[in-house]
Design a protein around this ligand. Sequence first.
Ligand SMILES: [Zn+2]
Length: 507
Amino acid sequence: MTRFNLRTIALSLCVCAFLVSPTNAQESTSILIIHAQVADGTGKPLRKTSVRITNDRITEISPNLKPKPNEKTIEAKGLVLAPGFIDIHNHSTEGLDSDPLAETQISQGITSLVVGADGDSPWPIAPWIDIRRKNPVTLNVAVMAGHATIREQVLAKDFKRISTPTEVEKMSQLVTQAMQEGAIGLSSGLEYEVGSYSATDEVIAMSATAAKFPGAFYMTHIRDEADKAFEALKEEIEIGEKAHIPIEHSHIKLGTVGVWHKAPEYIQIIESARKRGVDFLADCYPYDAWHSNIKVLVPNKQYEDPKSVERALSDVGGASHVTITAFKPNPSYEGHTIEELAKQNSVSAVDMYIRLIREGDAANTEAGVIGQTMIEPDIKALYQRPWVMVASDGGIGSHHPRGAGTFPRVLGLYVREKHWLTLPEAIRKMTSLPAQRLSWKDRGVVREGAYADLVLFNPKTVIDRSTFKQPFELATGIEKVFVNGQLVWSDAKPTGTKPGRVLTPAN
Ligand SMILES: [Zn+2]
């Protein structure tokens, strides 16, 4: 019903445009892409065909399509045409204001991104959506409601405790408000400061409230991705089962020495939950290193206790595995590992960690760190599961190479070089699988009637170029990107058009 109405509106807008300005209408009437190898997003094998875009939709798919007079035609021989990539975990909330062309994102083929992950979201939702609608960007945007954000609305600075039933009730009311205002689901970051004090029941209550809204899901950075990763996984599944809500497990990983090589057991727990009917999907970024703040290293929060710190550093494989990416009180630390900094300052690694905590606390900040603490066999095992999708956990301005490299890296490294995935399967993980979690029926697929969010790329050359030293280097091999039928990326640069929309459950 809604879709039909929207289409009618789009159609009438198009007629108006034609009447008012025939020149523009002629330009925007249709685009024909010929001789492309189409990966339609469903995982089906590549198929050589031609695709016609009319306004914001894909209108015809057939190998026999011929250009109409004056029709813009794109020769796509040797290229793959896929649905635009959907990044379900993206930290571009601020970046969208400073960089509305989102060059690092569209150059990867991302055409829609979801912000508000890890429990931390814009607030309140309605004015945020309003501002985004008035200031469109190159790609589509959707927003989650953040559990920690809502928790802080109710508990303010007194969040280091379990909430009372009355407070949980208030938080649930705010979930309802956020969902009514256009949030697409509830996110949590139970490993982070504010979320970590919540009891499981609080999260279940809030998730159950979200679950009343069509298409809503629970996206979570679970309570522990390290030694207690199994307990945290069980809690997550319990939340999904008791709240009757689909789950999106954020950046799935096994992040300490103690759980390395345990991906098969992790997978088994998830797959037996799926067999019981738990709607469990996960996303995974294609790197062996995470990016967060320095405090997540010490799960018991005893940041100045030498024993706890020593244990934490050895759990991640040693102080050489932790690199400081950002530290306002002392930028000279940036780019160095804790091991290097300890040597430079003639202190132990444990003392160096404690010094970083104290200098950070004094300036009311925390060091950003990259922890190289995952191993390839686990990443491979997870990536090869059909319920694991690709997401960046990056975004505009990310100091981790995933911010500019995630999607081309999977296509270049995991598909072409390592053969972990077939090309159609990798594309499915970037398109229809996230669209399934988001309940987006008309995106994430190349089909007549679907929105023309499309990526044209060269499967022989596509690859990431961003590194930990140069995280903003743009990927190569993504030739053209369309968002809602308009070309946003071509000839290795943005075209300057900003056709992105805010996607809420209502549209
Ligand atoms: Zn996270």
